[in-house]
Every structure is written in structure tokens, then in C-alpha cells.
Design a protein around this ligand. Structure first.
Ligand code: OGA
Ligand code: MN
Length: 283
């Protein structure tokens, strides 16, 4: 298969054209996997994927992980998480507020998700231009840009991540918080992880899930966390994805943060579905 690959001019991001994912041979799949490791966010454009085809492609990356938000799962394929602002009979058909905060998927788990794949079916438009972009931040570049003393400091520290930290304030929080707390107690990960596939050091923290830094006095920890949260989303580390229907966007949760932009509203419709691959502990 004659894949056409272009890199963005940002530290992360690439685009693949001229491919039909259900027909992808092993060699072409390897090239896409390498590209995800190298560029962290990869758009496969021009797809027309059934739910089953999306699942089949995602499984090539590893075991799929079902998301805990039961009301937002596809009714026939619970491996798929629906991200949408569409209402049916007055009820949301998926998660209406995924990505309000900068975050990385599954940081609240002992083994966070490795990659996520979001497939665009309907993309809102304003004045003929797509809106509802997704923003990404390059956590390897953000680590490299830290002053050496800060790098040495974060290398020794761990952050605590919690689902309920921001979740309690989100509209999706219909499920019982006490039950969620039992199911997902806070977890700790290194503040700088070594990427399991590439070996690259990446900062691992986010405004969405990181509640505190272990082993520092509270005010010192808070100040460092705030400074790091601001540092990682500096414009030079960002990549902005403008969606088109048929895009399958693959991102590496170990090397990036992401955030949605909510610059649209019904009757502008947005419909996407996400498959998520299980990952491993960072040590
Ligand atoms: C997600 C997510 C952001 C968006 O699906 O994990 O954060 O722009 N989505 O839909
Ligand atoms: Mn997300």
C-alpha cells in the first residue's frame, strides 16, 4: 500500500492519506505504528469505518479498554465510547463534555490507556469552516525544554491522579461518586515517565487529573504543579487538529495531553466515537 505521510510543522502531528484501514497489510500497519510513536498524533484521513471496522483496526494496537461511563458507550459495541453533543429523546447519546480540561486518557488508572482513536462522523461547521478542534500538547518536548534543575527535580517525584478531582464538577457525573471513588481510588505515576515504546522522557501530569505531588510540602507541591501545568501547554508545544468527517485521529496518551474546544452548539452537531487501548504501569 502506497501510504502518503506528511508531518506537521509542530513537534507532534502527522497525516496519512491514500489508505483504507480495513485493507491495511502488516507492513503498512507497522509504518503507522512507528509514525504514532514518532509523531504522537496521527490523522488517517478519508475513512469510512463501521463500528466493527474501527474496533478491528484498534485491536491491532492491543487489548481494548471499556470506559466506565456506561451511558456514553455505543449500544451494540461497548468497546466504543461515543463523544457527541447530539440528543435523542432529550437524552445525550454520548459524552457531551469529554476534554473540558487538559488531560490524558486513563491517567486515573494504575495502567493508563496507551493510545486512543477518535473517529469523526459529524463535524460542526461555522461559516463553512470546521469548529470543535482538538488541541494537543507535546509532553516530550515540554520535558526537554525544562531547565536542568527542574528536570532533575521532576525525575525524582511522583504525581497523584484522581478521576473525581474534576469529574465531580462535570455534567457527565451522573453516576454515584462514592461508587466511583471505590472503583477508582487515586493513583500515583512518575511526574516524568519513560515512554514504554520509545524510551523518551515525557512529562506526565495534567490540570484535569493531577491533584498533588507526592513527597513535597503542600505549598511547594502546589506551586510546582501549577508551574508545570502552565509550562506543558505553552504554544510551542501545541498541535491543533481541525476535524473533517472521515478522520481517524490516533493519539499517544503517554506522550501528549489533549483538550476539546467547545466553540459550537446545537443545531451544529458533533458525532465521534473512540476506541481506547489498554496500557501498562509506568513504574
Ligand atoms: C476524548 C476527548 C476531545 C474532543 O475523546 O478522549 O478528550 O475534542 N475528546 O472530542
Ligand atoms: Mn480524552
Amino acid at each position: 500500500m502506497n501510504l502518503s505521510i506528511t508531518h506537521s510543522d509542530r513537534p507532534i502531528g502527522a497525516r496519512v492519506a491514500n489508505v483504507r484501514l480495513p485493507d491495511l497489510d502488516e507492513d503498512a500497519f507497522r509504518r503507522i505504528l512507528d509514525l504514532v510513536n514518532e509523531r504522537s498524533v496521527v490523522t488517517i484521513e478519508g475513512q469510512d469505518l463501521s463500528e466493527q471496522q474501527q474496533i478491528d483496526f484498534a485491536r491491532r494496537f492491543g487489548e481494548l479498554q471499556k470506559i466506565f461511563l456506561k451511558d456514553a458507550l455505543s449500544s451494540r459495541y461497548p468497546e466504543l465510547f461515543v463523544v457527541s453533543n447530539i440528543l435523542e429523546n432529550g437524552k445525550p447519546i454520548g459524552s457531551t463534555d469529554a476534554g473540558v480540561y487538559w488531560h490524558t486518557d486513563g491517567a486515573y488508572l494504575p495502567k493508563p490507556h496507551s493510545v486512543s482513536m477518535l473517529y469523526a462522523i459529524e463535524v460542526p461547521e461555522k461559516d463553512g469552516k470546521a469548529v470543535g478542534d482538538t488541541l494537543f500538547a507535546a509532553m516530550g518536548a515540554a520535558y526537554d525544554a525544562l531547565p536542568q534543575a527542574t528536570r532533575e527535580q521532576v525525575d525524582r517525584l511522583r504525581g497523584v491522579h484522581s478521576l473525581h478531582y474534576r469529574y465531580a464538577t462535570k455534567a457527565d457525573a451522573a453516576q454515584d461518586m462514592a461508587e466511583l471513588t471505590r472503583q477508582f481510588p487515586p493513583v500515583s505515576h512518575p511526574l516524568a515517565i519513560r515512554h514504554p515504546a520509545t524510551g523518551r522522557k515525557c512529562l506526565y501530569l495534567s490540570e484535569g487529573y493531577t491533584t498533588r505531588i507526592e513527597g513535597l510540602p503542600e505549598d511547594e507541591g502546589e506551586a510546582l504543579l501549577k508551574a508545570l501545568c502552565e509550562h506543558v501547554v505553552r504554544p510551542e508545544f501545541q498541535y491543533r487538529h481541525r476535524w473533517a468527517p472521515g478522520d481517524l485521529l490516533i493519539w499517544d496518551n503517554r506522550a501528549t495531553l489533549h483538550r476539546a474546544t467547545f466553540d459550537y452548539a446545537l443545531p451544529q452537531r458533533r458525532l465521534m466515537r473512540r476506541a481506547t487501548v489498554s496500557g501498562e504501569a509506568f513504574g
